[in-house]
Design a protein around this ligand. Structure first.
Ligand code: SF4
Length: 363
């Protein structure tokens, strides 16, 4: 059953040096036209399912003006929603005002995802970000007073030139914000990013691992549960929207460059604003075979700390996991374990989970 919607708002006022997401510079006229086309795309493709999670990501959704955000939220009224809807919007600290928070509240947004990335000046300089601890704290305190009770912050680590001490300082500052959810990303320098062009290098693997293990330990000590490779939450605050991806469930993706999974077909929208404005939304689509669905079930599902439920797998695919995938060897080596009917990757192998996940590619 399809119960989730992702909406991509690709506009940014500044471009971060590490970014390879689908984004374009903010331009008022483009945003206005974009919202008109987004409305058409949704009306043409949405089939009136009751929606339980909506996620507005970007780009920088909070870069839109109040009027443009109001228009966006009006468009979102098209969706029929569950009373317990989880409704997330991504925001940058620099352009999220109290007025915008009030607007989010008016339209029932109940989860804020704040792109912080780091508080260390030398790290921010490499990333071309302008986060500031005091403004962040002030914004989060305001949001809490306004009863936003589910706030995520994003942290980037393993940045060229970043020391282990820099990371420790970031973690302490992030913990002092007392938010419900923390997402952490080890920086990977992708082609076509400013960092790649300037020949920045990834940090040593040993330091990257040390940083990852420190994050795991320190967040756990402070009451956060790791529920996915990169995600930590206070009990009861795991992101329902992101769980849809890791549970290999279907969802709509609307907007430039958005991906979706509808009626057994995975699709990706065009990254060309010109094509999108001509209503040529789609870039590519691929109906999933049973084999691909089973691969995804395992590769996505094993990202979760709880792992993959064996009964649910059998119910969905009418085969047992062990009859489809060569897992005995991994179990014997202790690289997989079974707990309460779930197959999972043990904690000590999470950092190298990619080496385990390749066993679930069937060709
Ligand atoms: S990282 Fe986010 S805010 Fe920065 S340029 Fe990319 S999409 Fe925009």
């Amino acid at each position: 059953m399809l119960e989730s919607v992702y909406i991509h708002i690709p506009f940014c006022k500044e471009i971060c040096s590490y970014c390879d997401f689908c984004k374009v510079y903010y331009h008022t006229k483009w945003v206005d036209e974009y919202l008109n086309i987004l409305e058409k795309e949704i009306k043409e493709n949405y089939h009136y399912e009751v929606i339980k999670t909506i996620y507005i990501g970007g780009g920088t959704p909070s870069s839109l003006s109040i009027l443009q955000l109001e228009r966006l939220f009006q468009i979102i009224q098209i969706f029929q929603t569950d009373p317990n809807l989880e409704f997330t919007i991504e925001c940058n600290i620099e352009n999220t005002t109290i007025e915008k928070l009030k607007l989010f509240q008016k339209y029932s947004v109940n989860r804020l995802s704040l792109g912080i990335e780091s508080f260390q000046p030398k790290v921010l300089e490499v990333l071309n970000r302008k986060t500031n601890y005091h403004e962040t704290k002030r914004l989060i305190d305001c949001a809490k007073k306004m009863r936003f009770q589910n706030i995520n912050v994003d942290l980037i680590y393993a940045v060229s030139g970043q020391s282990f001490t820099d990371l420790k300082k970031d973690i302490d500052l992030i913990l002092s914000l007392e938010v419900e959810h923390i997402s952490t990303y080890s920086l990977i320098i992708e082609e076509n990013t400013k960092l790649f062009i300037k020949n920045y290098q990834n940090i040593e693997e040993e330091l990257d691992r040390k940083m990852y293990e420190y994050i795991q330990e320190k967040l756990q000590e402070n009451g956060y549960q790791q529920y996915e490779i990169s995600n930590f939450s206070k009990p009861g605050y795991a992101s329902s929207h992101n769980m849809v991806y890791w549970n290999n469930l279907e969802y709509y993706g609307f907007g430039l460059g958005a991906s979706g999974y509808v009626n057994g077909v995975r699709y990706t929208n065009t990254r060309s604003l010109k094509n999108y404005f001509r209503q040529n939304y789609l870039l590519e689509q691929e109906p999933m075979t049973k084999k691909q669905k089973m691969e995804n079930e395992m590769i996505l599902g094993l990202r979760k700390r709880e792992g993959v439920n064996q009964d649910l797998f059998k119910q969905k695919y009418h085969q047992k996991i062990e009859d489809v995938f060569p897992i005995q060897d991994l179990l014997d080596k202790g690289k997989l374990e079974i707990m309460h009917n779930y197959i999972k990757i043990p904690k000590k192998y999470i950092y190298t989970s990619n080496d385990i996940l390749i066993y679930f590619l069937l060709d």
